[in-house]
Design a protein around this ligand. Structure first.
Ligand SMILES: [Cu+2]
Length: 143
């Protein structure tokens, strides 16, 4: 009897965890963050942005491998929300940069003034998924 109950419980847990997996493909400990620049930094010239990632791996766009994806940089824009999270991030949007080659840093030419930067991770097909894996949003001042 105990064995049957244990097996039923194990089956129920398995169902539950695979359902949760379908909603969020990102591991619970996965994290994206900025190594540089620092929040509030004032920058002269090119903005060197370094992307941090833990709990996941980087793979180029188009490479389907579990627990991998590529970085996207949101410039002066909020992350998508709702149903948009299950669609590919737009390719030709000047506010969204894809790093589909698997890059982990970039140099930006931004006009002088205040800008916000935020990272959002996407899968092989550029889909962020719901809930999205995003970094904190940082604000920088370009001279
Ligand atoms: Cu992409």
């Amino acid at each position: 009897m105990l064995k049957v109950a244990t097996a039923a419980l194990a089956a129920a847990l398995l169902c539950f965890s695979s359902a949760a997996w379908a909603e969020s493909p990102w591991p619970a400990n996965a994290k994206v963050y900025f190594i540089a620049p620092a929040d509030g930094a004032t920058i002269n010239g090119k903005v060197i942005v370094k992307f941090g990632l833990s709990g996941l791996g980087v793979a180029p766009a188009g490479v389907e491998k579990p627990n991998t994806g590529h970085h996207h940089l949101l410039i002066d824009v909020d992350p998508p929300s709702g149903a948009k999270l299950d669609e590919a991030l737009p390719i030709n949007d000047p506010h969204i940069k894809h790093f589909g080659g698997g890059q982990t840093e970039t140099a930006l030419d931004l006009p002088p003034g205040r800008h916000t930067l935020q990272l959002i991770f996407g899968d092989a097909s550029h889909v962020p998924h719901d809930p999205p894996l995003v970094s904190e949003k940082i604000t920088i001042e370009v001279k």
